[in-house]
Design a protein around this ligand. Structure first.
Ligand code: AP5
Length: 259
C-alpha cells in the first residue's frame, strides 16, 4: 500500500534493482540538496514538503535502515542487524556500513529530478566521500540547508513524533496530529513511536549530533554552499522560507552552478 500520488522511492529504499513508481521526472535544473540539522529539527517533514515544491526525491538514510529492519530477520544482513543496534541506542551507524549502502544507491544521486539528501552525510568522512563521489560523476550540490532550532523545541518535536508504519508519513501528537488518533491520514495504517525517540536515545542522538555532525556546518560553509534556515513556525512557513532562500540563492549563484 503506497500513499496516493507520492513516489515510492523504491530504488532508494529497496536498492538499485527496484524501479520507482511513479518513475522520477526530469528537471532542466534539478535541485541537489543536503538537509542538515539536529535530529528532530524537522528535516524529514521539510523534505516531504520540498519534494512537492521542487520535485526532487527525498533520500533518507534513516528510512533505508528502518525499512531493512522491518524485513524478516532471516532476510537481514549482518551489517543491517548491526546498524539497527546502533540506531536503537541513538548512536551513529559506522561509516563503512553507511557508505556501502549509499554506494549501492549512488544511481539515485543522478536522478533526473534531483534529490533531497536527509540524514547523510553525518560525519566529516561521509561528507568527504560524498564530495569525491559526486565530483567523479561531474555532479555538484546546489546547496546545503542548515535548519536551526533551540534545543528544548527539538526535544519536544522528537518526543511527540509518530510515524506511519506503512507510508512513513510523519505526525506530531500535538503540533501535527492525524485526523483520527493513531491512524495515518494518507493511507490509514497505524502510527508508531520510533524506538530511538525514547528519552534515553534522544539524549545520545543530540550529543552525537553535536560531536559528529555539527562540524559539517563549517565544512559546507568553507565550500560556500551553506544556506541557514530558521526552523521555527509551522512546517508550511518553514518550507516557504526555504524555497524563497533557495530561489534567492540560485539567482546569486547561477554563474557558479553553470561553471
Ligand atoms: P534519521 O532517520 O536520519 O533521523 P534523524 O536525523 O535523527 O532525524 P529525525 O528523523 O529524527 O528528525 P527530522 O529532523 O527528520 O524531524 P521530523 O521531520 O521527523 O536517523 C536515525 C538513525 O539512523 C541515526 O540516529 C543513526 O543511528 C542512523 N543513521 C542514519 N543516517 C546515518 C548516517 N548517515 N550515518 C550514521 N548513522 C546514520 O520532525 C520531528 C517531529 O517534529 C515530527 O513529529 C514532526 O511532525 C514535528 N515537526 C516537524 N516540523 C515541525 C514544525 N515546524 N512545528 C512543529 N512540529 C514539527
Amino acid at each position: 500500500m503506497t500513499a496516493p500520488g507520492k513516489p515510492d522511492r523504491a530504488a532508494w529504499i529497496q536498492g538499485p534493482s527496484a524501479r520507482c513508481n511513479p518513475p522520477p521526472g526530469r528537471a532542466d535544473a534539478p535541485w541537489r540538496l543536503v538537509l542538515l540539522g539536529a535530529p528532530g529539527v524537522g528535516k524529514g517533514t521539510q523534505a516531504d514538503l520540498l519534494h512537492q515544491r521542487l520535485n526532487a526525491c527525498h533520500l533518507s538514510t534513516g528510512d533505508v535502515f528502518r525499512a531493512a529492519g522491518g524485513r524478516a530477520e532471516c532476510d537481514q544482513s549482518p551489517a543491517i542487524k548491526a546498524a539497527l543496534q546502533y540506531m536503537k541506542r541513538g548512536d551513529l551507524v559506522p561509516d563503512s556500513i553507511v557508505w556501502e549502502m549509499l554506494l549501492e544507491r549512488s544511481g539515485c544521486l543522478r536522478c533526473g529530478g534531483g534529490f533531497l539528501l536527509d540524514g547523510f552525510p553525518r560525519t566529516l568522512a561521509q561528507a568527504e566521500s560524498l564530495k569525491h563521489l559526486m565530483e567523479n560523476q561531474r555532479l555538484y550540490l546546489t546547496a546545503v540547508l542548515n535548519y536551526r532550532l533551540p534545543l528544548n523545541e527539538v526535544v519536544a518535536r522528537l518526543s511527540g513524533r509518530r510515524t506511519c508504519q506503512n507510508c512513513k508519513a510523519v505526525y506530531h501528537i500535538t503540533e501535527r496530529p492525524p485526523k483520527t488518533a493513531d491512524s495515518c491520514d494518507r493511507c490509514g495504517a497505524n502510527l508508531f513511536q520510533r524506538e530511538d525517540d525514547r528519552p534515553e536515545s534522544i539524549k545520545v542522538r543530540l550529543e552525537t549530533y553535536e560531536k559528529s555532525t555539527a562540524p559539517l556546518i563549517e565544512f559546507y560553509q568553507r565550500l560556500g554552499i551553506l544556506v541557514t534556515i530558521a526552523a521555527n513556525g509551522t512546517p508550511e512557513e518553514i518550507c516557504e522560507r526555504t524555497v524563497t532562500a533557495l530561489e534567492d540563492w540560485r539567482e546569486r549563484n547561477s554563474a557558479r552552478e553553470h561553471a
